[in-house]
Structure formats: structure tokens, C-alpha cells
Design a protein around this ligand. Structure first.
Ligand code: G
Ligand code: G
Ligand code: MN
Ligand code: NA
Length: 253
């Protein structure tokens, strides 16, 4: 059976699950949020299929729109559950594909996930990749404004890998930059990587944005990035993406 058919069926049969990776405040070394990352429990594959294997096809076929709606609703509902038991989490970050971002009704779709769950908008952060955002040029601004009007937070994902116009960046209603893990990987061995990371962090600070370092795997990376001015970190040093139950057990007890 074609992967597309399986994917379509998988959405109907709710074969997807969300995992959650902790976002860590560097100053306090504590969890402040999570990023939701989708996995596919495909009966044909027998194990959890990583997003790299199905997100590109979901984007090509437009299936990312119903799948993305499911991700948004499920993430908002899970965040409401956590908020009822615990006040440590202030951010549920959800990836928004550029295909979703391009939908004329994207803001209505996000709004309906918030309303259905009852989640106050400021707890939801939407991540849009730098390359996805820059594809739109100046039109992105109106889109971002419409999302921002809902009261959600906006983050630029994989920052440093695209070609941001600094003029746009300054105008966009962005709250956070997520420094791509390719810059973090070669720290602290490679001095050029350190300088690039320093420049990206400095840019974020100049624009008064929160700066998160992705893919932090070692204490040495973490210490250096904190010294450069990163506010938040995410990566295997702290934890991998976990099921909701495992995240609760390991981080919210
Ligand atoms: O979960 P993993 O670490 O394998 O994620 C790989 C990539 O898949 C992430 O960088 C992210 O961009 C993408 N991804 C994961 N979950 C989602 C999702 O819910 N929606 C979209 N659009 N992309 C996702
Ligand atoms: O949305 P985004 O592309 O940023 O998704 C984060 C991706 O990075 C996920 O696939 C996640 O599993 C992966 N990831 C998270 N932490 C680490 C890490 O410390 N090292 C590496 N190599 N990958 C990571
Ligand atoms: Mn992301
Ligand atoms: Na990223």
C-alpha cells in the first residue's frame, strides 16, 4: 500500500502520538516548557516512525493540515492537563509547517485548538522554521500578526540555517529564536562555530528576543552557550523527547 494511503488512514485512525522534549531555563537549571514532536505508530511499520519519514510526504500531499490540527489540539489538551497539576511549565511549543502557515485560515485553526482545549493562548508557542518564514517575504508579516493577535508566542526554528532578512526580523512579532543544532554541534572544539553561535545569540539579544540553543548534548556546550547569553536550552544533555507519562514521571514529580 502506498505510504500516502497509509498516512491518510493513519490520520483517520488516530495512529499518531506526541512526544515532548524539555526546554530548560539556563539560569535556574529547571524545566520551563516542552516541545511537542509527533511520531507515527504505524501498524505496517510495527514501531514508532520518526517525523523525518512522513512529514515531507504529509507536506507534499497537504495531509499536514489535518495532521497539524491534530497535533495542535492534542498538544493544547496535554498542556491543560499539566497545568492543572503543576505550575512549572509555561510553554508548549508546537511546530507549524510552512504549508500550514500558508493556509488562509491558519489563525482560525490555531484559535479553534485553543478554544476547544481551554488553554490560555500565552502558553502556546508556534515554531516556524526560518526558511519556511523567509519563503513568504514581506507577506509573512501579516500572517504572523494574525497569529500574534491570538496571544500565542512565536518562535523561529532552525535559526541560522536560512537567510533571514534582518529588516523583516526586526518587524516580525517574534518572541524567540531557536539556534539550530548545527551551530551547537561543533562547540566548543571549533572556534568558528563558537563565533557563529555568539553572533546569532547577539542578534537575538539585540532584537530583544529569547534565545534557545537546540541540540545541547554536553555540559561544555551548555556552559559556553549560557556565557554567550542563551536563555534556554534543549537537547540530550537534559533529555530526549519523552511520552507524556515519562515526561511527567521524570520531570514533574
Ligand atoms: O522528533 P524529531 O526529533 O525526530 O523531529 C524531527 C523534525 O520533525 C523536527 O525538527 C521537526 O521540524 C519535525 N517535526 C516533528 N514534529 C512535528 C510536527 O508536529 N509538525 C511539523 N510540521 N513538524 C514536526
Ligand atoms: O523542530 P526541530 O527540528 O528543532 O526538532 C528537534 C529535533 O532535534 C528532533 O528531531 C529531536 O529529536 C532532535 N534533537 C533534540 N535534542 C537533540 C540533541 O541533543 N542532539 C541531536 N542530535 N538531536 C536532538
Ligand atoms: Mn522545532
Ligand atoms: Na529546530
Amino acid at each position: 500500500v502506498k505510504l500516502e494511503t497509509q498516512l491518510r488512514r493513519g490520520i483517520e485512525q488516530q495512529e499518531f502520538v506526541l512526544h515532548f522534549q524539555p526546554l530548560i531555563s539556563m539560569a535556574e537549571s529547571r524545566i520551563t516548557g516542552v516541545e511537542a514532536l509527533v511520531r507515527w505508530r504505524s501498524p505496517a511499520e510495527g514501531e514508532l516512525v520518526p517525523p523525518a519519514r512522513f512529514i515531507p510526504l504529509a507536506e507534499e500531499t497537504g495531509l499536514i493540515v489535518p495532521l497539524g490540527d491534530w497535533v495542535l489540539r492534542t498538544a493544547c489538551r496535554q498542556m491543560m492537563r499539566w497545568l492543572k497539576e503543576d505550575n512549572r511549565l509555561t510553554c508548549m511549543a508546537v511546530n507549524l509547517s510552512s504549508v500550514q502557515f500558508r493556509q488562509p485560515d491558519v489563525a482560525e485553526r490555531v484559535e479553534s485548538a485553543l478554544e476547544e482545549s481551554g488553554l490560555p493562548a500565552h502558553f502556546l508557542e508556534l515554531e516556524i522554521t526560518e526558511s519556511g518564514l523567509m519563503e513568504f517575504g514581506p507577506e509573512a508579516e501579516a500572517k504572523l500578526d494574525a497569529l500574534k493577535m491570538l496571544g500565542v508566542r512565536l518562535a523561529i526554528d532552525d535559526f541560522g540555517t536560512g537567510y533571514s532578512s534582518l529588516a523583516y526580523l526586526r518587524r516580525f512579532p517574534i518572541d524567540k529564536l531557536k539556534v539550530d543544532q548545527s551551530f551547537v554541534r561543533d562547540i566548543p572544539a571549533d572556534s568558528a562555530a563558537i563565533e557563529i553561535a555568539a553572533a546569532v545569540v547577539a542578534l537575538g539579544k539585540t532584537l530583544h528576543l529569547e534565545v534557545l540553543a537546540e541540540g545541547v548534548e554536553t555540559k561544555a556546550q551548555c556552559d559556553l552557550l549560557q556565557r554567550l547569553g542563551c536563555n534556554t536550552a534543549q537537547g540530550y544533555l537534559f533529555d530526549r523527547p519523552l511520552s507524556a507519562i515519562d515526561l511527567t514521571d521524570k520531570w514533574l514529580r
